[in-house]
Design a protein around this ligand. Sequence first.
Ligand SMILES: [Zn+2]
Length: 256
Amino acid sequence: MQLFDTHTHLDAPQFDEDREQVIARALEAGVTKMINIGFNRETIPTTMKLAETYDYIYAAVGWHPVDAIDMKDGDLEWIASLCSHPKVVAIGEIGLDYYWDTSPKEVQQEVLRKQIGLARELGMPICIHNRDAHEDVVRILREEKANEVGGVMHSFSGSWETAKMCLDLGFHLSFGGPITFKNARVPKEVLEKTPLDRLLIETDSPYLTPHPFRGKRNESGYVKLVAEAAAEIKGIDLQELAEITYANALVRFGIV
Ligand SMILES: [Zn+2]
């Protein structure tokens, strides 16, 4: 069985003590491909380093909405130049975050629009971070014609209504730890209705740790727990769920 963790942060300081072991445990769990996300000035270089060191780690690079206020002249060009690297498979994570009030909404929206524009110019899929901003995210995706490139709604947490609009725009929905939580009614319902050919799985490690490790540090190997929960919700076996989501990720990110 092969699993694909489509969203992880293995360069995070939480892994400084044991990064090698964390990666080894992911491989043991059957995780044979991962996408590490570089989302600001600090994490883009560390993400590129991981992608250059490990065959099975790919990179997404973009500017996170929480850090939107720190984006300077030249940063968009920096991201653009990295997109020609063979291991860079997406622009992200980009989006809107109305929970952490660190960057004004207008600045977040401008930074998002610019990066969708870049993705269209370069023909790259995008990885969308959306926290408490469902309406604006969908509106901007539409206005900026993000359907021309598509991408992933990472750690999708919206309603089925929002999910439907994202699916109509050609996006994939990626689910993580929250689908393993007993009380997570909405994400489970959305997952149940999501077409299998649009489904992806992820950890977002070190965050969003699945049951039964909730409250502890997350790691990429735990994507197996996400896969098990998704298989149960979908009513298919783990092997099939793994195969489908793995193949979806290869196609979505253009990995051969
Ligand atoms: Zn993330």
